[in-house]
Design a protein around this ligand. Structure first.
Ligand code: SF4
Length: 66
């Protein structure tokens, strides 16, 4: 099943919580803002991706089932 994940670059301010919680899903760009490693997240990473999205204070991470 898996998830589709995206980060809104206009909302992300670079707290880094997402890529600390889910380093296999998100990474930092040169400015510390979050970049999705792969828009399609495998089942094994779905829970941690959801945790990262919930931890984002800016609500910059969108997740949908695919
Ligand atoms: S936690 Fe949210 S604001 Fe912080 S880097 Fe991740 S997406 Fe950006």
């Amino acid at each position: 099943m898996g998830l589709r994940v995206s980060v809104d670059p206009d909302e992300c301010v670079g707290h880094g919580r997402c890529y600390e919680i889910a380093p296999d899903v998100f990474r930092a760009d040169d400015h510390g803002h979050s970049v999705v490693i792969s828009a399609h997240v495998a089942d094994a990473l779905a829970d941690v991706a959801r945790q990262a999205a919930a931890a984002c204070p800016e609500e910059a991470i969108a997740i949908s089932e695919r």
